[in-house]
Design a protein around this ligand. Structure first.
Ligand code: ZN
Ligand code: ZN
Length: 188
């Protein structure tokens, strides 16, 4: 077996004929018969990927199917670990900013979960919502900044589902009008 750098072996890339050194050679081990530089290998991989798009996708699908349990368990664990990393930055327990009900972060009881409310257009648009985004992102200095910038309100499930994201001020005006008019009607 010859290693690059051993003077007696000089190899050229089979495709572009450049002289291979340990820097530009794709294989660090030149015992193989096929010599190719990194640049040519990159082009070859790209061409292969484009030509075999369907095949690659199918094999990825097959791989997922065959390893479904393991992959799902892994991504679930990563999701839970990511959520956990946000504990403390996001309070474990707080109160709904509208009705003051106690709500919790990363708690099993979904009915008492903190619902992060989009007060405005936010950089965090990922469906199905901000909590999912937290599960997809580990807490780092950068992700903390993104989260802070999004400036979510913290609401209970009930208040959150009551408030529409779009045109909420107009909606609230209508609610107020409805409630007061109803009261007036009762007085009569
Ligand atoms: Zn080459
Ligand atoms: Zn509430």
């Amino acid at each position: 077996m010859y290693r690059i750098g051993e003077e007696k072996m000089i190899h050229k890339c089979n495709i572009c004929k450049v002289t291979l050194s340990s820097q530009n050679c794709f294989n660090s081990n030149l015992a193989s018969r096929y010599y190719i530089c990194r640049a040519c290998m990159r082009i070859r991989n790209k061409t292969y990927n484009v030509k075999n798009k369907t095949k690659i996708m199918q094999s990825k699908k097959r791989y997922y199917h065959e390893n479904k349990t393991k992959i799902d368990a892994y991504s679930k664990k990563r999701y839970m670990d990511n959520l956990k990393s946000w504990e403390g930055f996001i309070p474990k327990k707080t109160n709904c900013q509208i009705c003051s009900t106690e709500i919790y972060f990363n708690n099993n009881d979904r009915k008492k979960a903190i619902c992060f409310d989009h007060k405005k257009q936010s950089v965090i648009k990922q469906k199905p919502g901000p909590t999912f985004w937290l599960g997809q992102h580990k807490r780092t200095n950068e992700t903390e900044l993104i989260w802070k910038k999004a400036d979510f309100g913290m609401l209970c499930n009930k208040c959150n589902s009551f408030l529409p994201t779009d045109k909420r001020k107009e909606y609230i005006k209508k609610v107020v009008k409805y409630v007061y008019e109803t009261e007036k009607g009762k007085e009569l």
